[in-house]
Design a protein around this ligand. Structure first.
Ligand SMILES: [Zn+2]
Ligand SMILES: [Zn+2]
Length: 323
């Protein structure tokens, strides 16, 4: 829609300006006031990540040089950076995942059996029980140290833990997807680690105290991803016993873990009981470690330069899905 001011206010000769104040060249412009109604484009939720890789220059013998066509120096690889959908196959458990979880549970059961039978045989009850309690307490600390390390250092190309680092970066971006991940899919990576560490201990030791510690520590580490998933759950949809354990502080609470996903994104790393979170955050242990690593090795933790889009949660979607 366009409205011409000239029609409403016709131009008249300018005669009432003193000659001395008239500019030497007076231009009168016809001003047209336009009002245009536009439809605001809808934001495109499909985010596109464009990665550029510099390709090695061709050798002088490269047959492509014989062509007159210009050779591209950049290959632009495009991949969609979208959260996985609820029916995404990457969230489903495979038989491979289930077998690793079964193997991990078997090594844990053997350790537990050795602790109980060894305790009965030697009439020891208190020591294996205390060792088990120590395993539970220290597993929370271990989960925090490991989580802090992979949140802040390395990337997907890091040997051994690269896939875990990538998975945790994806988790920060779309935290709610952990609640849609199937059980064995969520646990298989840690189950594999537990199998390879607990199996030799099962074979090497028969001490009920050692196994009291090993079985609870390893159980809490292996299932920490399940406790983590429950910390992202909606209260009304969680098993009532889980809610009770969370409220008692025996499992990491939903409220405490939610702080990990809020700015400044550098606290509440522990995901078993969360008992160590306040201690570690108030004493600034991780911040001190980050300083030591920076001054000794020159490595900056990710939390110093965050938040950026790879870390921060897409709150528009997550608000609809999180408790
Ligand atoms: Zn994290
Ligand atoms: Zn989380």
């Amino acid at each position: 829609m366009a409205v011409s001011l000239q029609a409403k206010y016709p131009l008249r000769p300018i005669t009432n300006i003193p000659r001395s104040r008239r500019p030497s060249l007076l231009r009168v412009r016809v001003v047209t006031c336009s009002v245009t109604t536009t439809t605001k484009p809808q934001p495109n939720h499909e985010k596109l990540v464009v990665e550029r890789h510099i390709v090695k220059p061709p050798l002088s013998s490269d047959p492509s040089l014989l062509s007159n066509k210009p050779q591209p120096k950049l290959v632009v690889e495009q991949r969609l950076a979208n959260p996985p959908l609820s029916n995404d196959p990457t969230l489903k458990s495979t038989w491979n995942h289930r077998l690793w979880v079964a193997a991990g549970c078997t090594t844990l059961f053997v350790s537990l059996a050795k602790s109980v039978t060894g305790g009965i045989g030697s009439h020891l009850w208190l020591e294996p029980a205390l060792a088990g309690y120590a395993g539970y307490i220290l597993a929370d600390l271990g989960s925090g140290v490991y989580h802090w390390a992979i949140d802040n250092y390395g990337d997907e190309s890091t040997p051994v833990v690269g896939t875990q680092i990538e998975a945790f970066q994806g988790h920060h971006k779309w935290p709610w997807t952990i609640t849609r991940r199937q059980f064995a899919n969520n646990l298989h990576a840690l189950a594999r680690v537990i199998t390879f560490t607990v199996l030799p201990l099962d074979l090497a030791f028969n001490d009920p105290v050692v196994h009291g510690f090993v079985c609870t520590f390893a159980f809490c580490i292996m299932f920490s991803q399940q406790f983590h998933a429950w910390a992202h759950g909606t209260k009304s949809k969680l098993p009532p016993l889980v809610v009770v354990l969370q409220d008692m502080g025996l499992l990491v609470s939903r409220r405490q873990h939610a702080e990990h996903h809020r700015a400044p994104y550098n606290n509440n790393y522990c995901i078993v009981s969360g008992a160590w979170n306040n201690v570690l955050d108030e004493s600034k242990v991780f911040e001190a470690l980050e300083m030591v690593l920076y001054f000794q090795l020159g490595v900056r933790p990710r939390s110093w330069s965050e938040p950026h889009s790879d870390w921060t949660e897409e709150t528009e979607i997550s608000n609809n899905n999180q408790a």
